[in-house]
Design a protein around this ligand. Structure first.
Ligand SMILES: *Cc1c(COP(=O)(O)O)cnc(C)c1O
Length: 410
């Protein structure tokens, strides 16, 4: 028997799964079939409100749409947050349907000329990841007769401790090494570009609140130092994010109230060069991850070698992360339950395996479940971020997952 992660507060204690107050079976009917992701819009609204209450009032909240760009969800999130962060021309096009260009920033290495051009034409802010990219953006701006809005993404000289995905403190495809940033800023200002400020993203998915507090303080200090060295006042500093959510046994949630308090104190101490600067945090996973579940139907229950396998119609092609194949070193179990009997008495130890013909497709490894029968619905929690669009949907030719967004007003 292997441990599982904690069922998120919004779902814990239910006897039958409901999402946004609606019974899952109704939502699966709305989806038309399993497998399906179900998203709770009111849980997302509560999350944003809690973050806003915790953060100092001058800090804006941005949503990194790669976490979940499902159009109805994106549209609802756009109404809740101040800005959208995108990382491709495709995401830019989606963001522009729900938010004005001035509230959209475009980061990511390897932006093609047509992507730079689309951003400059629309008036979104480019977060340049290299001097070469800055030069291409300036040349494209010239050609278009437009002044590009450019922020410099900094590869910080520190990293976010405890981060699932470190993005600073070492050689990196992301951002420009901090020591080279002042020279680029001076050049951007001299060329007449609309220099927007800095983007400093130190890492992702940490549950260590103290590490986030330290990274935010270090980010503010670095932004102040770079601005002074460049001799220019940044209009805006994007402080990154990195807030994780608890996926596994023993994980505990980040303390956003403590982080907000500490950020307020760090802002009070910030250098004079940042006195009139605006700030934002950019979050994906923390805003939407807990508000989504993945439901998949039991196709078969079989025994082999003394173990029980619950075979479902979904798999890693929709929810790669739950199989342990998306940025984790050791495979551990996401929270899992039987949707019809969330409070069912433990009756069996079984592995939940997907329908793909590969041993990698294991959604839960030797977990304790209530009695499971063919036709039951297995629910995997913490599925609102990096699910449908972060999984290899075309692998093995099964249909894509369906998605249902339950609006906060329902
Ligand atoms: C992916 C990404 C985010 C969002 O990260 P989460 O862990 O989902 O909060 C924010 N900023 C940048 C630059 C990213 O690449």
């Amino acid at each position: 028997m292997k441990p599982v992660g904690p069922i998120p507060a919004g779902f814990a204690g239910q006897s039958r799964l409901t999402v946004g107050g609606v019974d899952f079976a109704k939502l699966l009917e709305r989806a038309g079939d399993t497998p399906a992701f179900l998203y709770d819009g009111s849980a997302m609204a509560v999350r944003v409100a809690r973050l806003r209450a915790a953060l100092p009032p001058q800090v804006r909240v941005h949503y990194a749409i790669k976490a979940n760009p499902y159009p109805p969800l994106l549209s609802a999130m756009a109404g809740l947050v101040d800005g959208l962060d995108v990382a491709s021309g495709g995401e830019l096009a989606m963001a522009l349907t729900v938010k004005p260009a001035a509230a959209i920033s475009f980061a990511g290495p390897g932006k093609r000329d047509d992507e730079l051009s689309a951003a400059i034409t629309a008036g979104a802010t480019l977060h340049v990841e290299s001097e070469g990219e800055a030069d291409r953006a300036l040349a494209i701006g010239d050609r278009l007769g437009l002044i590009p809005s450019i922020a410099v993404r900094v590869n910080p000289d520190f990293e976010l401790r405890g981060s699932g995905m470190r993005m600073g403190g070492r050689a990196s495809p992301f951002g420009i090494d901090a020591v080279r940033v002042p020279a680029l800023v001076r050049r951007l200002v001299a060329t007449g570009a609309d220099w927007h400020g800095f983007h400093i993203f130190a890492g992702s998915q940490t549950l260590d609140s103290a590490a986030i507090i330290d990274a935010q303080a270090a980010t503010l200090a670095l932004a102040g130092r770079l601005a002074e060295e460049a001799g220019a006042v940044p209009a805006f500093v994007n402080l990154g994010g990195g807030f994780g959510i608890p996926y596994f046994a023993g994980d505990a949630a980040v303390d956003v109230e403590r982080i907000g308090q500490a950020l307020g104190e760090a802002l009070d101490r910030r250098g004079a060069v940042l006195a009139d600067t605006g700030f934002a945090v950019e979050l994906g996973r923390w805003l939407v991850g807990e508000a989504g579940v993945y439901c998949t139907r039991v196709i078969d229950v079989k025994e082999s070698g003394g173990e029980t396998f619950v075979v479902v119609d979904g798999g890693l092609h929709h929810q790669l992360a739950a199989s342990g194949n998306f940025g984790t070193v050791v495979r551990r179990n996401y929270p899992v339950a039987v949707a019809e009997r969330m409070d069912g008495a433990p009756a069996m130890t079984a592995s939940v395996v997907g329908c793909l013909c590969t041993p990698l497709d294991r959604l839960a490894d030797r977990v304790v479940l209530p009695e499971v029968a063919v036709g039951d619905t297995i629910v995997l929690f913490q599925a609102g971020a990096y699910g449908a669009t972060a999984s290899p949907a075309a692998f093995l030719g099964h249909p894509p997952a369906r998605e249902v967004f339950v609006a906060a007003s329902e």
